[in-house]
Design a protein around this ligand. Sequence first.
Ligand code: NAP
Ligand code: MG
Length: 514
Amino acid sequence: MKDLTVIVDQTVALPDAPYQARHFIDGSFVDSADGRRSDRISPSHGVLASQAALGTEVETEAAIRAARTAFDDGRWSGLTGKERAQVLNRVADLIEANEERLAVIETLESGKPISQSRGECGGAADLWRYAASLARTSSGDSHNALGEDILGVVIKEPIGVVSIITPWNFPFWILSQKLPFALAAGCTCVVKPSEVTPSTTAMLAEFLLDAGLPDGVCNIVLGFGNPVGSLMSTHKDVDMVSFTGSTAVGKHITNAAGDTLKKVALELGGKNPQVIFPDADLENAADAVTFGIYFNVGQCCNSSSRIIVHEDIVDSFVDRVVELSRQVAFGNPMHPDTQVGAIVTPQHQAKIDGYVQDAKAEGATISLGGGALEVPGVGSQFYQPTVVRDVTSDMAIVREEVFGPVLVVQTFRTMDEAIALTNDSDYGLSAGIWSDNVHTCLEFSRRAQAGTIWTNTWMDGFPELAFGGVKQSGQGREIGQYGYDEFLEVKSLVMRIGQTRAPWVKPLAGRETS
Ligand code: NAP
Ligand code: MG
């Protein structure tokens, strides 16, 4: 397609050989008992990126057993917070030292640009350091006004064995939003990455080992949701499941975990709107909209896949977004200037295109894009930046997560209308408001149903700030103090001081006991 910015050349070399990913169970790297492996072909370069052991119930059972034993004997939960923090900080150092190795394989497996893989993998070290700092904050509270002879103390304890199941869109980042926090709390873990992006998770095991994490505290099983993820969600020896992925699988896991009443924490999808008022810094808003939809090719739970624009400015605003869209550098993910890379699988590419073609058939207008993008040398598993107008609220493209570089435009006249459109969704992950009027921003922030509200910005995040969704975007929170607390169980200690307890049994005079 003409008039788009497409980067063809490549500066970062491909590795000499595919990465060999193995399970990490009880401190050892192992292949599957049946010897099966899966191949991951790079979505952008068509080369064999990695070969990974393909786990079954055998490896999953062994990993859960190792985690259970390691938790129950206190080899990790019995350490001080300071000692746990030291290990996590060493892992952070090793992540930074290995940033380039991680980034290259992350780009090859996921198709995302190398600059963003570097940011994702290297940047994750900060999540490990922040979690390390929390390892020293497992404090509860004390109650000193319950009577002269009573002291009440509420303590926090690690919840136990945690299953961590992650998706392919930010494999290393999402893992780092969960694992170091669970470890900081004193939990032991079984981790399963997506089978299409197993390698950075497998590589992390090297760092855990080198950092001195005791055997069995973190176990990694590679393979498919079924059977590996299923057993991790149903096994009686698992106390909690922390899952990030699609809403459909999240619901399935909730049901599966119900039989043993495990705690379930879910980070699911979103259909996140940015609302643009006419008094906003419109140039900045247009740039943020462009970032919000094309970052990670729109394969983001936080993707801002719809905008709700005031009718007075919608034409000029969308024109500017289209203009900026043409300037975003799509193309070879192994060039440092590339901003948008490949689509993760051909099936996902077909799903994205299906949403666009259906919308077109239902009367929507395609203002830009709307089809595959051929990048010479690296193939056509790319999708054009796409802007869709004249949509109605009942269209699938407006209601469902497309998970691609496809923006839909809705319009409003009043704050009530903007709020109604924002909240007319099964999802509630994030929402944004653009206005120079603080009252407009505050009113929107209060009334919008979402776990995160961005005002005059998009997708800024910090380890300190809790992240998660309302409605069908999930349950529980990740990162921040709230995210840490998810991995802790609360226990109340009720303590009597002195022999003041009045007896409950009061023998009645004149009655025989038999
Ligand atoms: P997915 O299909 O839901 O898979 C996520 C993980 O769950 C994968 O490791 C998958 O394994 C595993 N899984 C599949 N079936 C399972 C089962 N029955 N029991 C246990 N585990 C099972 O999601 P995806 O396609 O990888 O990722 C994209 C989705 O994730 C999008 O919908 C996106 O919105 C969501 N997401 C949400 C957030 C957030 O924080 N809210 C962040 C990122 C992504 P296999 O696929 O390897 O079989
Ligand atoms: Mg999947």
